[in-house]
Design a protein around this ligand. Sequence first.
Ligand code: PEP
Length: 249
Amino acid sequence: MRKKIVAGNWKMNNDLDQTMSLIEDLKNLESKGVCVMIAPAFPFLKISKDLLEDYQIEVISQNVHQKSKGAYTGEVSIDMLKSIGISTTLIGHSERRAYFNEDDIVLFEKVRCTLDAGMNIIFCFGEDLKDRKSNKHFDIVKNQLENTVLKLKKESWENIILAYEPVWAIGTGETASPEQAQEMHQYVRNCISKCYDESVSESISILYGGSVKPSNANEIFSKKDVDGGLIGGAALLASDFNEIIKVNS
Ligand code: PEP
């Protein structure tokens, strides 16, 4: 059975006090049957992990560097994350692609190195508005996947979660309709099935991300190929995040 997952991407929000206070509020989450994850900023990963030691909330990172160590000022390695007990990271978020020029070549390198090191990944992908308007969204997504995760061996898929995040819906208040989300998730599952087989495609959790909030979560998550969500803005408020999780339980 596929895992239901709700992951909160806190992005570059919250200082230490705000991080601790949001974590305190999250301790009352009602998360029956749902894997809950949060991705605070790098400086607060360790304290977040410590604070959540006795809770069923996984602390994950928003990014990782592909090189193992060396002169890469400002970057964080896989081993650094592992040394503080982080075992899952986002890779390929559209903000990393757009603002930090992370292309498919870099992303494949990140994916490969992270999985080789025994970590899990949430791999994000999705088309921008221009591609959607010109009806190229399926081709764009297929290309993003073929250049990265679809190059991997079948065994690697045990450690992969996918997140479809149409760029035009991220942080814009504009959400893909439940039908648009379902259509893309089903398409992605078919691509995986063709490349490997149904045992892989049916076991992969595919999350939807893009302006999910308590008011639209139910409709989106009720679609058969949507296995939960990657949540940005609404993950910064414990009550909203909790509502979104409850929809999945
Ligand atoms: C995200 O950044 O992954 C995201 C989905 O953001 P938001 O929910 O704010 O659109």
